[in-house]
Ligand binder design. Sequence first.
Ligand code: FA5
Length: 364
Amino acid sequence: MSGPNKNYDPVEVAALDPEAIDQAVASALAAASAATTLDELKALRAAHQGDRSPLALANREIGALPPSAKAEAGKRVGQARGRVGQAFTARQAELEAERDERILVEETLDLTVVDDARPIGARHPISLITERVEDIFVAMGWEIAEGPEVEAEWLNFDALNLGPDHPARQMQDTLFVAPEGSGLVLRTHTSPVQVRTMLDREPPIYVLCPGKVFRSDPLDATHTPVFHQFEGLVVDEGITMAHLKGSLDAFVARLFGEGTVTRLRPSYFPFTEPSAEIDVRCWICSGEDDNCRTCGGTGWIEVGGSGMVNRRVLSAAGIDPDRYTGFAFGLGIERSLMLRHGVADMHDIVEGDVRFSAQFGMEI
Ligand code: FA5
């Protein structure tokens, strides 16, 4: 800084030379408009407006001027600093506006985007296969019938030719509804819907009844205490065992695919005569593993029971057995699912893990 000098002419102080000041202003304005980011602008502002900038240094020289020169020099430097300050402030406002605009675009939240962080659920494969089975029979012209899960003992057993002392009553491990003697059970099969349907409707009858059933069976690879069956019942004039076989063959080909190997094995059910178990070739070992856990080494898995409706059952339901005959079958839905999809263990079906269900797709 120069010292006090009475004859001082501001024009002679280099820093206060009008041309030098104009140049400092021009260079500051150019720098301000050339800045492309706020950080760059901040650095340039320090260089052109800070304590060590040409205009700040010029400002300091004013103090040393004689009073007569101070006003003019002060006005010139003050205006120059004002223009520079305005230019930087205006450019800052522009850059801030650009930044805000950019942030709005870059950080826009699309609230319509599906949030896949939360896994979606899946319908249980038992529901899906039940609907498939229903579709197959409805396409053949059959109707869907329903009955309650808490059932009258009479319909679950007696009307099906299983009297109170009938040994076959022990074949199904029944869960009775309290109190003792209530006359109610958790239905052990869907067969009571046969009787309900025959009491409700006149032949010809072609119905399918899917539903939940209960037995005190322990949970293992092929058994569960709560499972599902679908019951088929046909009552019409002239119905024979051939109609039963034909209907089952058509159904099995549709659900499991052509070429599925099945067999009807003579058996006994009090409500059908003659009766047959429906077996399918083991879907895990195809009969080639004597130690197979799924079929127990027999090569066959029983999926249901069937037969011609016993004339005593027709009579109990008020249908003339001399005019009408019928067939019935009852298949396990869990076993059908295992067969269709090669599920080796019942535990997977009953445990309710969504990762198991999700493999079957999200059919609605
Ligand atoms: C019956 O329940 C008869 N009502 C079927 C019937 C209907 C025969 C109409 C004749 C005429 P069964 O107890 O065998 O039969 O059971 C039928 C099917 O249910 C079995 O073949 C099997 O596929 C399935 N099933 C039986 N117990 C279980 C269980 N604990 N867990 C899973 N599925 C089972």
